[in-house]
Design a protein around this ligand. Sequence first.
Ligand code: PA5
Ligand code: NI
Length: 195
Amino acid sequence: MKKEPFSFDLTTPGFIPSHYDNHIQRKLSNMKGQYLNHEAYEAMLSEKDLLLYQVYELERPQIEGELLHGISIVHPGKVGNEFFMTKGHYHTVIDTAEIYYTLKGQGYMVMETPEGDCAVEELKAGSILYVPPRWAHRSVNTSSEENLVMFFAYPGNAGHDYGTIETQGFRKLVVEKDGKPEIVDNPRWALPEVG
Ligand code: PA5
Ligand code: NI
């Protein structure tokens, strides 16, 4: 891992970094139980295990003071009427923030705290989103044809806690209704245990 300053470019049109260490690919089969419509999920999965999103990470030591960063690309599509999205997570070290810069596409960041507060912020090319400490976050692509591409950075020691979201889901869902994205309550959401 580099100790000296470094830079990298984003090659268009794909926005794939000219240098990266990890390439994470998440498929439909990695999202079991995350979409509200289980029948639509199973039907899609039996057709093809589609690639839903990808992350290109630049590896850094997982310590306070470092910044982990990279590019996330969420592909367009829906499961039932729910748009393709990331798994979403709390940071394991919950008092760590994250910053996102949307480079291409459109969507929403769905966020919530262990206390049950929630927020949904629009993502569009050129906008910067600050996710404060304690807010779980999930990105959702609401375009029917374009990728949602974002640059992200967060503290090296943050870690990912996926378990809480896997069990409880997010409080809000982003669905298509009458051809437009709509933010609705998740009927399966349960107030997390405050830790
Ligand atoms: O750390 C982040 O929040 C992002 O880099 C995400 O990891 C990325 O968007 C993929 O989402 P998830 O980790 O929830 O699968
Ligand atoms: Ni994060």
